[in-house]
Design a protein around this ligand. Structure first.
Ligand code: SAH
Length: 354
């Protein structure tokens, strides 16, 4: 019975207005309902307090609200929060809140699991079960914002798509969610405070460059030659280093923005002086910034983190060549909330994942 009802959150404001017009309701009701759904984030029609009871009942008989709910929040000793988010079909994805000085950054998932099997990443060990819907992506942001307000009394300032999944393989939903996040009826966050991180889908990087919403782009490079990158990131076989460089050139030219290159430092694999030389050659002529990321150990990958000294020497080698480069410390490691550690370890049993 329930399954036959449509999720009201699949309607945009215009479609909601059309339904209410058909029901001979005053026009302002649509905006009220929309606000309950998207700003107050209620999960039951009966909570829509300024909507007359009869209309609430009619809504309930016609629609369901398939909102995301927080199943569990864990707190790291460094203040990072990890939220296990339960979806309507009982899958769980994880979202992270990273407080950092004046910033409150949400790290958001775009898929249930991931299809890319990057050799160093914990999420890569889960099967990709499905894409998230735009409203589920938006919900994560709204819920992490509520956590930020509850725990730190501050609103979200930044959003990164660096949680589970590959955002550019769920392109349409990610863009739709971002427009809602940026719109005044959504959360009014500037697209300049949003970063989409990709393992490298050249076609979609170009498409992102052409979007009117100018979000920030990060490319997870991690190795600057095909030979090396192929061994850890199978996506490189169809999106070569050269193809990615030309996609970045297009992105820079079209959007006028400076993308970030992410480079996770893996001991003995990509952290030697010759690797830095390959990275310098890749970055030459590209207006980018480079983030050197501390590796968060993931069991059974065989990888370990580079030493601090090696990271500093690597950074110095890049900086000598005039590249902009920052070392990023890991956050939330103790609760498996750091980059590449999201694997629903403490979440609900999800037999489908196995
Ligand atoms: N699929 C997207 C976004 C998710 S991962 C992407 O690949 O960019 C976010 C970042 O964390 C990526 O740069 C990813 O390569 C990196 N990462 C994965 N595993 C990691 C780990 N164990 N330690 C540190 N960073 C990791």
């Amino acid at each position: 019975m329930l399954a036959a009802l449509k999720d009201i959150r699949k309607l945009n404001l215009q479609q909601l207005q059309d339904v209410l017009k058909l029901w001979h309701e005053p026009a302002f009701r649509a905006a009220q309902i929309y606000e309950w759904l998207w700003q107050k984030h209620i999960t039951q029609f009966e909570d829509m307090r300024n909507i007359p009871k009869l209309l609430r009942q009619k809504l309930q008989a016609t629609f369901v609200i398939q909102a995301v709910q927080i199943h569990e929040t864990q707190c790291s000793h460094d203040g990072t929060l990890k939220c296990a988010m339960r979806l309507f079909d009982n899958y769980v994805v994880e979202s992270v809140l990273i407080p950092e000085g004046p910033r409150m950054t949400a790290c958001i998932s775009s898929q249930v699991g991931c299809s890319l099997t990057c050799a160093f990443c914990a999420t890569g060990k889960l099967k990709r079960m499905r894409n998230l819907e735009a409203d589920e992506i938006f919900d994560q942001v709204a819920l992490v914002n509520e956590e930020a307000l509850r725990v730190y009394k501050k609103k979200l300032s930044n959003i990164v798509f660096m949680g589970m999944g590959e955002p550019l393989l769920n392109y349409k939903a990610v863009i739709e969610a971002i427009s809602k996040i940026c719109s005044p009826q959504g959360m009014g966050i500037s697209p300049q405070r949003i970063t989409v991180s990709t393992a490298g889908v050249q076609k979609m990087i170009k498409q992102l460059a052409d979007e009117s919403l100018k979000v920030h782009l990060a490319l997870s490079l991690h190795a600057a030659t095909d030979e090396k990158r192929n061994t850890v990131m199978p996506i490189n076989e169809t999106n070569s280093v050269t193809a990615l460089k030309s996609a970045l050139q297009y992105y820079i030219k079209t959007s006028g923005r400076r993308p970030t290159l992410e480079y996770v430092m893996l001991h003995g694999f990509n952290d030697q002086p010759e690797d830095a030389r390959d990275l310098i050659a890749f970055a030459r002529g590209l207006k980018t910034k480079i983030n050197l990321i501390e590796y968060n150990p993931v069991a059974e990958t065989g990888f370990t983190a580079s030493s601090r000294n090696r990271m500093h020497a690597f950074a110095a080698q890049l900086q000598e060549q005039g590249l902009i480069c920052t070392i990023r410390r890991s956050r939330g490691k103790d609760i498996d909330a750091a980059c590449g550690q999201l694997a629903n370890r403490n979440a609900l049993a999800q037999p489908e994942y196995k």
